[in-house]
Design a protein around this ligand. Structure first.
Ligand code: NAD
Ligand code: WQD
Length: 336
């Protein structure tokens, strides 16, 4: 039996494939390489000493999906494939809905036709919108403020309907908080195209000299020091969460939703300070205007995942900083 990993060449997917291979699970990656590079495959192999089975293709390609489900004996799918840039989703919303919503619908139809009904879906803390209080529990109300977030919410609702119509499905909706860090080998990590949107790759690109200085988006939020607070989680901890979710699906839980976060929030200034301390690199920054759509504080209550999945994030903020930096230093231009 094998696991199909859509989007397995991407940031979180590649780290999850490493962990799956390391527990001897057979994996097939399906990725259209729209936001990743084939070079990651050799890197994964160099970490695990195992061959990677890779298919270059699109989750929108129904024929291809059928042929894959005929060729391999899948018992589960981890579905990472999706577009994730919030700003871009405002500019090309239909592309986001087609890729993220229709792509998932297409995948689920093919899964159903081949009686593969175990699915782990990459959702996001973005589905909590601007929460009234923190820490955030899974039971909090959901909302979205941009097409990317709405695409995640639509998929969550579609999967809930699918489960209600056919309770033989087992579906884990994993709501990730802010993944950062990289594999400790420094050989795989986050490789954003162009200027990064997210804080951590921006910091490491300033440190390596690719960008001049960081803009801190607002210092007048109602937080510890006025800058935005987030729940940063090491990508390898996140990858382990997927292994635990797959295990859970084998016990046939039906539809389940888990926050994958650490439960600890850090401000932008705390992140800069922590990076500087962990790496000895200075990060020049200036305070600039708030970024449209940003919220003050977002961090998880991870207790439900801790209990139900027997999973906890174990890596410290220092490890996140060191591992992000090692990856950036070894690969100043990502996989190129
Ligand atoms: P990523 O862009 O590195 O990985 C996604 C992968 O999916 C890429 O390799 C891309 O080429 C592939 N892909 C996209 N559309 C595809 C399609 N139609 N067919 C086949 N492959 C396709 O992103 P990531 O950070 O690894 O995120 C993985 C998932 O987790 C995404 O669904 C994302 O929305 C979600 N997520 C990410 C974050 C984050 O901050 N990184 C937070 C919450 C949720
Ligand atoms: C973190 C903090 C910024 C960049 C996004 C998506 C979310 C999820 C994770 C997928 C905020 C501040 C950032 C910079 C800054 N992705 N910042 N200067 O916005 O919490 O979440 O990625 O699901 O959906 O919205 O993450 O890393 O962009 O920002 O000051 O150059 O850093 O204002 O407070 P965010 P981020």
């Amino acid at each position: 039996m094998a696991t199909l990993v859509t989007g397995g060449a991407g940031y979180i997917g590649s780290h999850t494939v490493v962990e799956l291979q390391q527990i001897n699970q057979d994996v097939v990656i399906l990725d259209n390489l729209s936001n990743s590079s084939k070079a990651v495959l050799k890197r994964i192999e160099s970490i695990t000493n195992k061959a990677v089975t890779f298919v270059e293709g699109d989750i929108l390609d129904t024929e291809l999906l059928h042929s894959l489900f005929k060729q391999y004996q899948f018992d589960s799918v981890i579905h990472f494939a999706g577009l994730k840039a919030v700003g871009e989703s405002n500019e090309i919303p239909l592309h986001y809905y087609k890729n993220n919503v229709y792509g998932t619908l297409n995948l689920c139809e093919v899964m159903a036709q081949h009686s593969v009904k175990n699915l782990v879906f990459s959702s996001s803390a973005t589905v909590y919108g601007d929460p009234e209080t923190v820490p955030i529990k899974e039971s909090f109300p959901t909302s979205a403020t941009n097409p990317y977030g709405r695409s995640k919410l639509m998929v969550e609702e579609m999967l809930a309907d699918l489960y209600r119509s056919d309770p033989s499905w087992n579906i884990a909706l994993l709501r990730y908080f802010n993944p950062i860090g990289a594999h400790e080998s420094g050989t795989i990590g986050e490789a954003p195209n162009g200027i990064p949107n997210n804080l951590m790759p921006y910091i490491t690109q300033v440190a390596v000299g690719k960008l001049k200085q960081l803009s801190v988006f607002g210092n007048d939020y109602n937080t510890i020091d006025g800058t935005g607070v987030r729940d940063y989680i090491h990508v390898v901890d996140l990858a382990h969460g997927h292994l635990k979710a797959l295990e859970k699906l084998n016990s046939q839980p039906g539809l389940v939703t888990y926050n994958l976060g650490t439960g600890q929030g850090y401000s932008v200034l705390q992140m800069i300070n922590s990076f500087e301390k962990a790496t000895g690199q200075a990060i020049p920054y200036q305070i600039s205007a708030r970024r449209a759509g940003d919220i003050a504080e977002c961090y998880a209550d991870p207790q439900f995942a801790n209990q139900e999945l027997n999973w906890t994030a174990t890596k410290s903020l220092v490890e996140m900083m060191e591992d992000s930096w090692r990856w950036q230093q070894n690969n100043p231009n990502g996989y190129q």
